[in-house]
Design a protein around this ligand. Structure first.
Ligand SMILES: C[S@@+](CC[C@H](N)C(=O)[O-])C[C@H]1O[C@@H](n2cnc3c(N)ncnc32)[C@H](O)[C@@H]1O
Length: 223
């Protein structure tokens, strides 16, 4: 005999999508060829937060410039690392992470693969500077968005080899936002723009226009 409410609970369980179904459902919403790069982060909590944001917002990959060699080389080993799994609430299991020994190697790798880089900073960095809400982030099919170290910010080399510097406008007395927080804000704007683009066009330069735009948000699930 079933307990009161059991049928209801059972139905609810059945209606919950499996992990595989969820992975399939989110696939079209992932922003292709969009990479978040964290340059020399020192706090594991921030690394975990960026990976979590990347996964939640549908960024394709995370690259980490890790000169201190704090992380394992291989993504499979990172997935086993308790501190990363904990701070990213397991997002590291689902989002691909690659580490580099230094900024130059990471930029070389990105440029070989025809990625354009943009950096983020609360400061004007002496090149093309835009506020986040004024930026256009669909121009390049392959885009890497760089976030700097908690104390020193973004390096001169990353600035010099990038197309522009993006700032979140600041209205307080403090100089900057936290690294993890700023990644959430910046990547939200960029993924929104790129999902909108992907929903309308199959190819770059506004080619391959779809007759019916794809949805840009996933239907919300009941909890
Ligand atoms: C704590 S901040 C670094 C502060 C550092 N003193 C500096 O000069 O940039 C860490 C990273 O978060 C990002 N960030 C923080 N505030 C930002 C803002 N207002 N606009 C854009 N990025 C920001 C940048 O990537 C920055 O390198």
């Amino acid at each position: 005999m079933s307990e009161p409410g059991e049928d209801k609970a059972e139905k609810k369980n059945h209606s919950k999508p499996t992990v595989r179904a969820r992975a399939k459902a989110i696939k079209p919403f992932v922003c292709k060829n969009l990479i978040a790069v964290i340059e020399d982060p020192s706090d594991i909590k921030n690394i975990g937060t960026v990976i979590r944001n990347v996964n939640a917002l549908g960024v394709e990959k995370v690259y980490i410039v890790d000169p201190r060699k704090a992380l394992p080389d291989d993504w499979q080993d990172m997935r086993e690392k308790k501190s990363l799994s904990k701070t990213s609430v397991s997002a590291v299991k689902w989002s691909f992470v690659k580490r580099f020994d230094n900024t130059e190697d990471c930029l070389d790798h990105l440029e070989r693969k025809n990625f354009h880089s943009i950096v983020t900073s609360p400061h004007v960095k002496g090149m093309t500077n835009v506020y986040l809400h004024e930026g256009e982030f669909t121009e390049h099919a392959k885009l890497a968005v760089w976030f700097g170290n908690e104390k020193r910010g973004i390096s001169d080399m990353a600035v010099q080899r990038s197309d522009m510097c993006v700032a979140i406008p600041m209205f307080g007395m403090i100089e900057s936002l936290n690294l993890g927080t700023s990644s959430g804000i910046v990547l939200y704007e960029i993924t929104t723009q790129r999902r909108e683009y992907q929903s309308k066009y199959r190819k770059r330069d506004k080619r391959g226009k779809r007759s019916n735009p794809l949805p840009t948000v996933l239907a919300q699930e009941e909890s």
